[in-house]
Ligand binder design. Structure first.
Ligand code: SF4
Ligand code: SF4
Length: 452
């Protein structure tokens, strides 16, 4: 079982970023000196591409200011000194229609772990969703949220139905990983809605639609071998459904909405207990005394999370959020856990390879490995010079942040870091920016006719 511990000590202060998603930042609903309670909404934005933020603790607002965020930038945040207090989740879970449910998802601040607000995945403007997938392939069931594997499976099935309702979709599937035997056994043979669930393996041309038809059911549970990076959703979509997502498009362009286990669980909680999205599971590894998965309150500074894991082993050298290859190295351990924080990796000072970046030799290895046919070397150079508009013209927003370019670079250029930096800066400057039409670049041409 993959145990998840619960962080018992409430942090002395939490830092709640007013932007924890792709899209418009929230405006604060509180001011310095206000007392807030756990679950209270403290930031909102009327724009569709936003999600509300809530206080994860009770306490006093001591400041609202720009502070470092795990994405490497500074983000306007509400800083709360914790004190005794009660919960006051003010969500109204009485859900009647699918649009009510989508509104509740936005109001509860539910965001996918890669940053997209979940209501936008389920109800993308101008698109029709007919299939909802819960992607449970990137992690085993997060035991800390559930008492038993069967509780997990039942909640996920209920959550899938809610997601389908929010999307107005008639079909849905939970996708497990073949080697996650605990999850498979939790679902296999389960009685749900008067039917016995059988976990079906995706083999060859037998995709989800085959099993939906074969089992004469609206929902199925399937399993597959692959694990995909958090933004490689187009390949996931193809492998599970057989539907091709063209470059520059997203799964919703082919009628597929993909949600993660965390957002599915958050929706279940919002509907069943009126609880907004205020806590998340973070995997802490590397040079810490007790590496573990830990359930923490959103806004908890990294240093408190590491303390809860027994503290550093020796002198810390580098702290990386969200993966050692594709993640972002942090300047400080004062940055807060946000809705998109999935992991914290600590390297000791001795482990950090301090090879200096040298000049680009134009070897084009990064170009060869880029799965979306970008020219990472050129984009990184433009980002380094602050020429973000030219990065846009080079289709930077199509980057899926797989990290391959940085991994193969013999000159140790921080290609991915530079790309991420430019992407965040562009998003900040053009809040409603979407992938650029690629009419002048056949490689990136979008052929699906949907989306942008
Ligand atoms: S991280 Fe690098 S290799 Fe991967 S998609 Fe982005 S530019 Fe291409
Ligand atoms: S792999 Fe590195 S050195 Fe080679 S072209 Fe790309 S950025 Fe330049």
């Amino acid at each position: 079982m993959t145990n998840v511990n619960i962080m018992k000590d409430i942090p002395e202060k939490v830092i709640i970023p007013l932007k924890q998603h792709d899209g418009m930042a929230c405006e604060p609903l509180v001011k310095k000196g206000d007392m807030v309670c756990e679950g209270q909404k403290i930031g909102e934005c009327g724009a569709y591409n936003s999600a509300s933020v809530h206080s994860s603790v009770s306490g006093e607002v001591i400041s609202i200011e720009e502070v470092p965020h795990p994405n490497g930038n500074k983000v306007n945040s509400v800083i709360i000194q914790t004190s005794e207090g009660s919960e006051c989740a003010d969500l109204k879970p009485e859900v009647v229609s699918s649009s009510d449910l989508a509104d509740l998802i936005k109001e509860a601040g539910i965001v996918e772990h890669y940053g997209c607000p979940t209501h936008m995945v389920l109800r993308p403007e101008g698109k029709k969703i007919d299939l909802v997938l819960i992607n449970a392939t990137s992690s085993e069931w997060i035991g800390g949220h559930y008492d038993t594997p069967s509780q997990y499976s039942l909640q996920m099935l209920d959550a899938l139905k809610l997601l389908m309702k929010a999307a107005g979709a008639s079909k849905g599937a939970i996708v497990l990983r073949n080697d996650d035997l605990e999850s498979i056994s939790a679902f296999d043979g389960l009685n749900y809605d008067g039917k016995s669930i059988t976990v079906a393996p995706l083999i060859g041309k037998r995709k989800v639609s085959y099993y939906l038809k074969d089992m004469a059911s609206d929902i199925v549970v399937v399993s597959q071998d692959h694990i995909y990076g958090k933004k490689i959703l187009d390949l996931f979509t193809y492998n599970v459904t057989g539907r091709k997502v063209s470059f520059g498009c997203v799964p919703t362009d082919v009628g597929v909405a993909i949600c993660g286990v965390k957002s599915a669980k958050a929706l279940y909680d919002a509907v069943n207990s009126g609880k907004p999205y205020i806590e998340t599971v973070v995997s802490v590894s590397g040079k810490v005394k007790n590496p573990q998965k830990i359930l923490v309150k959103i806004g908890t500074p990294f240093k408190d999370v590491i303390e809860a894991c027994g503290g550093y082993i020796g002198e810390p050298g580098k702290l990386i959020a969200n993966g050692s290859i594709t993640g972002v190295a942090q300047y400080t351990d004062e940055v807060p856990v946000s809705k998109t924080t999935t992991s914290i990796f600590v390297q000791s000072a001795g482990e950090v390879v301090r090879g200096e970046s040298i000049y680009c030799t134009h070897c084009a290895r990064c170009v060869d490995v880029c799965p979306v046919n970008l020219v990472p070397s050129r984009i990184a150079a433009l980002s380094d010079q602050g020429r973000f508009d030219e990065c846009r013209q080079m289709h930077i927003m199509n980057c899926v942040e797989c990290g391959r370019c940085a991994a193969v670079c013999p000159s140790k250029i921080h290609v991915l870091q530079l790309i991420k930096y430019a992407k965040v800066s562009i998003e900040k400057a053009y809040e409603d920016f979407a992938p650029k039409d690629s009419s002048t670049n056949l490689k990136l041409g979008c052929g699906c006719g949907g989306g942008e």
